[in-house]
Unconditional design. Sequence first.
Length: 254
Amino acid sequence: MTLPVTLDDGANRQKLVDAVETAREAAVLDAGEEHVGAHAGVEHEDAVSVSHLFDAIVAGYRGWRWSVTVAATGADSPVTISEVVLRPGPDALVAPSWVPWERRVRPGDLGVGDLFPPEPGDDRLVPAYLDVDDPEVTETAHELGLGRARVMSREGREDSARRWKGGEYGPRADMARSAPATCGTCGFYLQLGGSLKAAFGVCGNEYAPADGHVVHAEYGCGAHSEVKVETTPSVPVAELVYDDSLLDSEPASG
């Protein structure tokens, strides 16, 4: 778009700024007189045009404004109307920015029958024939002579590790901080394979809150396999006490 170049000494710009009634007539013609409110300001577009703003009196559009762009190519040329549009003002209630559906999905949103394919070029996945920097995965695939089409990349595994460590079953969880010992020393801890085995496993204790979940080795709970509870009688038993005042005494025979 090429903008016209003018040698305006200010008279043309002032003429456009003063064209409030011309702009209002255009807004009324487009929206109806009952929907056009007070003049709310002027926005300078370029050397030959400005936009006049009028409060919009429209149900459901509180804070919006009618924007009427007027133009004139010179001090002696007439003021013309370029466009009339409804625009949000600084205090207008507007819809949030549009987000593609695949970015709106959150963990736990997927239901029965839902499909959620990975994005093209998802950096969490790489073709299985590439080196995945996981010797155990590579070795297993070579031994079997087959494998999956794609496997998790280093970035994908590191992302999972960060998420799991900072999640509900990580070392900073409230349950872990009050536990008597960590999962890494528990008999119910089923260690993962591959590059994640040093830090993660699955809980296999049906009585534990993390049963069937991936847990960090430094997570813990009260159902640890080595927990020992001292058993004591439910009713306190006092030690045997002799009351000398109730003992019968006899003088010793001489």
